[in-house]
Ligand binder design. Structure first.
Ligand code: ATP
Ligand code: MG
Length: 134
């Protein structure tokens, strides 16, 4: 079975949507392989989102990701990477399909509730970043 990294971002944790988002994850037949709560340092956030370094929104993204605690999850399911991204919905909550997590809980493109790996290679990298034992 495929694995992907999911993050419940600071905006959604602060708004107490953690339980609802985990409900959605379980109702959609993902196995939660690992899960913990943590707070990223600036260095960790900059390394995690290194692919976006140099983009106009990089500083805003890093500031948002270190603004409060996050929940990181290793999720498992057939086709987990695509399935989780579909469940999250479009990056911009304004464009996210009804019922998706970003439609339900996203506030703005910068505060869009969750993260998901975008390819098999990224999933391997991102899972190793938070779950080196996997
Ligand atoms: P994620 O990687 O968080 O799962 P994504 O793959 O849908 O989201 P990316 O293009 O990888 O989107 O962007 C990473 C994150 O950067 C987005 O989730 C969003 O919070 C933020 N971001 C992207 N574009 C903008 C923007 N124009 N302004 C502010 N923040 C942005
Ligand atoms: Mg991305």
């Amino acid at each position: 079975m495929e694995r992907t990294l999911a993050i419940i971002k600071p905006d959604a944790v602060a708004a107490k949507h953690t339980g609802n988002i985990i409900d959605i994850i379980e109702n959609n037949d993902f196995n939660i392989v690992r899960m913990y709560k943590t707070k990223l340092s600036r260095d960790q956030a900059e390394r995690f989102y290194a692919i976006h370094k140099g983009k106009s929104f990089f500083e805003e993204l890093v500031c948002m990701m270190i603004s409060g605690p996050i929940i990181v999850l290793a999720l498992e399911k057939d086709g987990a990477i695509k399935a989780w991204r579909e469940l999250m919905g479009d990056t911009n909550p304004a464009n996210a399909a009804p019922g998706t997590i970003r439609n339900l809980y996203g506030i703005s493109i910068g505060s869009n509730a969750t993260h998901g790996s975008d390819s098999p290679a990224t999933a391997v990298q991102e899972l190793a970043f938070f779950f080196p034992d996997l």
